[in-house]
Design a protein around this ligand. Sequence first.
Ligand code: MLT
Ligand code: MN
Ligand code: ZN
Length: 299
Amino acid sequence: MRIIVLGSAAGGGFPQWNCGCEACALFWQGDPRVRARTQSSVAVSASGEKWLLLNCSPDVRLQILQTRALHPQGTKRGSPIEGVFLTNGDIDHVAGLLSLRESQPFVIFGTTAVLAEIGRNQIFAAVDESIVPRKRVELDRPVVMADGLTIEPFTVAGKVPLYRESDAPETKGEWQSTIGLKISKGETQFYYIPGCADIDPALRARLKNAPLVLFDGTLWQDDEMIRQGIGSKTGRRMGHVSMSGPEGSIAGLGDLGIQRKVFIHINNSNPVLIDGTPERRQAEAAGWEIAYDGMEIEL
Ligand code: MLT
Ligand code: MN
Ligand code: ZN
């Protein structure tokens, strides 16, 4: 199984277009300790020929340009991309579908809740359903892809997309609005969980001894956007568990025997984006890697 990180940043990417936070400012100054990252998405393939995208970010066109395996392979019209599997309806995970609207057949997979977001937003009608069918998936029911990958969706704590929020949205709801994916080929498997609001016992049990987990790395600290003066929301309010602290992902996923742990969906405010920071060193010392665009993993 081949895995390519197409995008490693959270919504807005890194640097964010209008941001002068510490990490973004380093980028604008040309500092070599930071590198640009597009919004989170992963491509996975059993054969190396047909590819499944896990989410479809607003940067998908650039991501395809940067990834040879996803280029059209010699036909007048065609693409190695066979499908897109959505983990929620967030803008950074679905808006790229609009860039794939050129009468090219592929399949969009999502839960009832996530497909409903796409269905409600009329602009997605441009991704013609008669050419690009939308397949509803059920939680805990594995979906078998043509080239031998099996994808099992499961619920994780999360919230509805930003554009659907009420004044006080439930931020740790466990329904179909946010899912994680277990991707397997034969005995090989990994987990893709780019958004998660809580490390609960069910999730810990599921991830025990996993060979590889790509996990929500949005924030280092719950209130870092407030501390840095660039926002008013905490990570919890956004539906993301932070890396640090007793309830954080480093602690919560630390003692489970996971063989390889990679943070993805990293927000521009997160100090792990800067080479050599104490936070980066702390994450690495705890066995975590920080995903970057173009990172390839063979399982
Ligand atoms: C998130 O991950 O919380 C969302 O992508 C935020 C957003 O839509 O800007
Ligand atoms: Mn996001
Ligand atoms: Zn920033």
